[in-house]
Design a protein around this ligand. Sequence first.
Ligand SMILES: [Zn+2]
Length: 98
Amino acid sequence: MGEPVVLYCSDRGNWLCPVCATEWFDSSDWLGELFLECLDVCNVCNTQIGNEDVDEVPANPENPPEKRWAKLRTTWLERSGYQAVDIRRLEDVFGIDM
Ligand SMILES: [Zn+2]
C-alpha cells in the first residue's frame, strides 16, 4: 500500500469504516492496515474494503486512499440522501465539516 494511511478505531477496539465511519464489530482481529485488505463489504455504505477503495496497483500517489475514500463517501451520501445521522457521524469521527 505504500505510505501509511490513517484509520480510526472505536473505544472497543473495532475499526471504523474509512468511508462512512461506521463501527465494524469484531474487526479488531485485523491488525492495522491489514483491515484494508479484509475484502468485506460495509453494511452501511456498501464499500468493499480492500477492493473498491484500492483500485490501483501499485498505488498511485496522485490518488491516495484518503482521496478514494472521499470520493466513495460522496457517492454514498448522494445515494443515501445525506442523512443527518450520517453527516453527524462523519463530523464527529473524521472531523469533516459537511
Ligand atoms: Zn462504510
